[in-house]
Write a protein that binds this ligand. Structure first.
Ligand SMILES: Cc1cn([C@H]2C[C@H](O)[C@@H](COP(=O)(O)OP(=O)(O)OP(=O)(O)O)O2)c(=O)[nH]c1=O
Length: 204
């Protein structure tokens, strides 16, 4: 077993992001990175997720900079309808309003992922189209009561009960859930941390 400290630090409090990163088998530790997630006036959604993700990565990097070979991974997810960024619901009314906006139509989910290290930083943005079936106000209210929408961008979780609303998706399922694994693996490979690299000689 490899008992050296992992090079990779996931700057996220999201349990979904940790679960997704575990899925591709890379070793990592978790750190917190608190940043201001308020969109700027007129900021395009793609620019917004890129900026917030980069800020999370840099905030994480400030905590581990001294560690040799350290890398910090961070991500941010925004649900976008009619160019409007839907964040996490503030309360029940806000959540039901969001469901009304998503019901019976397509929206975009933008997730950015950043990798920050001593050699610099790289950010990728992944865009996915999600189509919802019509959702009645009564269903939206019962969904709120399930507790699931509370800490989720757009007020739903594709990996949970929210899946019953998702008629189709074009793009990346893992990105909608919070971490685009294809783009993450590509960034890690560029930094010499390929999930499928052969084990180092002598590692057992
Ligand atoms: C759309 C959608 C979002 N989400 C979640 C993923 C993220 O946790 C959250 C989006 O909020 P974010 O602000 O991207 O992330 P976070 O505040 O939860 O975590 P951190 O900044 O510490 O990394 O919504 C799902 O779990 N499933 C979904 O289908």
């Amino acid at each position: 077993m490899d008992d050296t400290p992992p090079r990779l630090h996931l700057a996220s409090r999201s349990p979904r992001r940790a679960e997704l990163l575990e899925q591709i088998g890379v070793r990592f530790t978790r750190i917190d990175a608190e940043v201001d997630e308020t969109p700027r006036p007129g900021e395009a959604p793609g620019d917004y997720v890129r900026r917030v993700t980069r800020d999370k990565g840099r905030a994480g990097w400030a905590q581990v900079e001294g560690c040799a070979d350290a890398l910090v991974l961070a991500a941010d997810t925004a649900v976008v309808v009619d160019a409007e960024i839907l964040g996490k619901p503030r309360d029940r009314g806000h959540a039901l309003e969001m469901m009304g906006l998503l019901s019976g139509r397509c929206h975009r989910v933008l997730t950015a992922v950043a990798l920050v290290g001593g050699a610099g930083e790289a950010v990728r943005v992944c865009e996915t189209e999600v189509r919802f079936r019509p959702v009645s106000p009564a269903e939206a209210a019962r969904y709120w009561e399930s507790g699931e929408p509370r800490d989720k961008a757009g007020g739903y979780a594709i990996q949970g009960l929210g899946a019953v609303f998702v008629a189709a998706i074009t793009g990346s399922y893992s990105a909608v859930m919070g971490l685009p694994l294809f783009e993450t693996a590509a960034l890690l490979a560029e930094a010499g941390l390929s999930p499928l690299a052969p084990p180092a000689p002598g590692a057992g």
